[in-house]
Design a protein around this ligand. Structure first.
Ligand code: SDX
Length: 435
């Protein structure tokens, strides 16, 4: 870290206090930044940016997004190339260590992940405390948070070895915990991991396998799940990653930080959108009602939004959505679902929206969540599990970003300020004199 270069400066001029020069910093690619770290000390001013629409919260070398061009790079490799040529374990290695692994490095990495997939047997007891109809994301927040009570040998965040052990455990155990959440909801016995299976194959076997018989998985579905995990692995400083960074900046337990990320991802404006897309498509119901809903989406008085559309960063097609749409067709063909009415409806909705001047003017395009729900539903997942799969895949991004932050010597506890518009100081009024 610390590879940013000073590319100039900007002058802040204020009639009362004269002017201040603030350095301009540049990275490898993307917008330069105004370094405002000395702004308050020299001017007494804060910056104001609710929702951080124009704020770089950190320096990072993991993921780069060009929202205008619809480009997503992980350590410099485009998501399209990784989705086509790589696999999720290799992408995990790339995100964590910065380079694609050699054959030996990959073999060792996969083996280490594989041999951390079991959870402590007492973790089972946490599931028993939930109602069978609990939302699986509620279970994920609780059970992943509970991991912080089990692994005291990997919580000294200042020890790079312990940080890496915690990272392996999180990446390895998320599929097991997620599958257990599904099994609990359907009343089936939990399945233990199978070390002979691939990461995606192991997950699918723990979800859909039963102790009573061998589990067979189509290679097309296994590859599709692996690719879906790649598409969700990391995405720069999104809301849940920023949550993990902020929680981690206080030195909090790594498992608790990831639980905080899961909680943030659950929101329908973020990772919960995939579940919301499916519910939206089911509510629209038929192609002839699409116009009515597009009209509602454009009405500022109506809270309806076309879920799976729009993005804080992408003002072009989300490159992940293209790969997801292709995967959707592949899976539906494999499953013999030639004419899934929801896919037909989604494609019609996308076509109409992309031609509508409101969506064009506001640069609203399908994002990663628009097609993911359709393919996951076709594979057999209930909508409540969609965001669980997103959290499973995003765990590697969260831990890679968390590791980068902890290892950054310039890292401090995150503590934003505010623009205060509440009451100025006023005297206390005894209750008998109020009203
Ligand atoms: C993810 O940040 C990430 O990287 C997230 C993510 C990741 O991998 O981590 O990519 C995953 O969260 C994808 C986004 C999933 N959410 C949805 O699909 C929910 C629907 N989309 C929106 O709610 C919205 O687009 C957000 C929340 C995603 C972004 O919100 P912004 O940044 O506030 O708004 P925008 O730039 O997308 O929208 C600009 C305008 C706004 O109108 P004005 O205030 O300018 O009048 O377009 C409107 C929005 O109201 N708008 C929509 C819309 N999305 C935005 N109008 C109708 N339908 C929509 N879907």
């Amino acid at each position: 870290m610390g590879d940013a270069s000073t590319t100039g400066s900007v002058k802040i001029t204020d009639g009362n206090k004269g002017s201040t020069d603030l350095p301009l910093l540049g990275g490898t690619v993307g917008p330069n930044v105004i370094d405002v770290r000395k702004l308050y000390g020299e001017t007494g001013y804060f910056t104001f940016d609710p929702g951080f629409t124009a704020t770089a919260s950190c320096e990072s070398q993991i993921t780069y997004i060009d929202g205008d061009e619809g480009v997503l790079l992980h350590r410099g490799y485009s998501i399209d190339h990784l989705a086509e040529h790589s696999d999720f374990m290799e992408v995990c290695y790339l995100l964590l260590f910065g380079e694609l692994p050699t054959v030996d490095e990959k073999e060792s990495f996969v083996k280490t992940v594989t041999y951390h997939t079991m959870v402590h047997e007492q973790m089972v007891n946490f599931y028993r405390g939930f109602r069978r109809d609990a939302h699986p994301m509620a279970i994920m927040v609780g059970v992943v948070g509970a991991l912080s009570a089990f692994y005291h040998d990997s919580t000294d965040i200042n020890d790079p070895h312990q940080r890496m052990v915690a990272s392996y455990r999180l990446i390895a155990k998320m599929p097991t915990i997620a599958a257990m959440a599904y099994k609990y909801s359907v009343g089936q016995p939990f399945m233990y991991p199978d070390n002979k299976s691939s990461y995606a194959g192991n997950f699918m076997r723990m979800v859909y396998g039963v102790p009573a018989e061998e589990y067979e998985l189509s290679p097309t579905i296994e590859r599709a799940m692996d690719r879906i995990f790649i598409l969700h692995a990391d995405h720069e400083q999104n809301a849940s990653t920023s949550t993990v960074r902020l929680a981690g900046s206080s030195g909090a337990n790594p498992f608790a930080c990831i639980a905080a990320g899961i909680a943030c991802l659950w929101g329908p404006a973020h990772g919960g959108a995939n579940e919301a897309v499916l519910k939206m498509l089911e509510e629209i119901g038929s192609v002839d009602r699409v116009g009515e809903y597009i009209k509602r989406a454009k009405d500022p008085q109506d809270s309806f939004r076309v879920m799976g559309f729009g993005h804080r960063v992408y003002k072009n097609y989300d490159p992940r959505a293209r790969v997801m749409q292709m995967t959707c067709h592949e899976v539906l063909n494999e499953l013999g679902v030639e004419d899934d009415p929801l896919l037909e409806l989604a494609m019609k909705l996308e076509k109409i929206a992309l031609e509508d001047e409101y969506f064009v003017e506001k640069k609203l395009y399908p994002n990663v969540d628009f097609y993911s729900g359709i393919v996951l539903r076709a594979i057999g997942f209930p909508p409540e599990m969609f965001t669980v799969l997103f959290a499973l895949a995003r765990t590697v991004g969260w831990v890679a970003q968390w590791n980068e932050m902890i290892a950054d010597p310039s890292q401090k506890i995150g503590r934003p300020r505010q623009l205060y518009t509440g009451p100025a100081e006023r005297p206390y009024v005894p209750i008998e004199k109020r009203g």
